[in-house]
Design a protein around this ligand. Structure first.
Ligand code: E4P
Length: 216
């Protein structure tokens, strides 16, 4: 499973990339708006750090606007993946951008049927928002499981990118289900490293070694 960093914060993306755990990055308008820099500069800086798919979302909601912004964003760097919302205009633009060889990440996906349409439109990635589904009392990971099954049934090559990840359990379930990608806030990726028994074991090893009084 690939890890994407769900952030527009350069320092945090770099921290994950330095661990070799950033296979790509996802941004959205809310994440980008937290950074006090022009969007192009944010994307340029991310592309210089991570050599993998970098999702950049359009803000247009009509077909022509999505096409114009999608083409513009894709020219910023070869790794840019255009993020489009799962709407009628978004599906139409996904198909049209694919014809121009511009990859799309279909975002704001909340149902298996939406994911089916995204794959039929030719999206490179589909982003089910598991945390926001959990928030409304639904089971986000169940939707991921269904999408993976449907894609397998019809041999779709759209990659399932688990999004709106809120905890390490979402990551574990994504891996168990065989999701292609999990995009996580940097804090969650860093939390995966930790286990109290690792800290405890390391302390014991170092204490015992200190008693031996030798240097390696
Ligand atoms: C994914 O691409 C989105 O940017 C993100 O995962 C949304 O997460 P949120 O529901 O925590 O805002």
């Amino acid at each position: 499973m690939k890890f994407f960093v769900d952030s527009a914060d350069l320092d945090k993306i770099k921290q994950v990339a330095d661990l070799g755990l950033a296979d790509g990055v996802t941004t959205n308008p809310s994440l980008a708006s937290k950074q006090n820099k022009p969007f192009k500069q944010i994307l340029d800086e991310i592309c210089a750090i991570v050599d993998g798919p970098i999702s950049a979302e359009v803000t247009a909601v009509d077909f022509n606007g999505m096409m114009e912004q999608g083409r513009k964003l894709s020219k910023f760097h070869k790794n840019i993946v255009v993020k489009l919302p799962c709407t009628e205009a978004g599906l139409k633009a996904t198909k049209a951008l694919k014809k121009e060889k511009i990859p799309v990440n279909m975002t704001l996906v909340f149902s298996t049927n939406q994911a089916l349409l995204a794959a039929k439109a030719g999206a490179a990635f589909v982003s089910p928002f598991v945390g926001r589904l959990d928030d409304i009392g639904e089971d986000g990971m169940k939707v991921v499981e269904e999408i993976l099954q449907v894609y397998k049934n019809f041999n779709f090559d759209t990659q399932v990118l688990v999004a709106s990840v809120r905890n390490t359990e979402h990551v574990l379930k994504s891996a168990l289900l065989g999701a292609h990608v999990c995009t996580c806030p940097p804090e969650i990726i860093l939390e995966l490293v930790k286990h109290h028994k690792t800290d405890e074991g390391l302390k014991k090893f170092l204490d015992d070694w200190a008693k031996k009084g030798e240097k390696i």
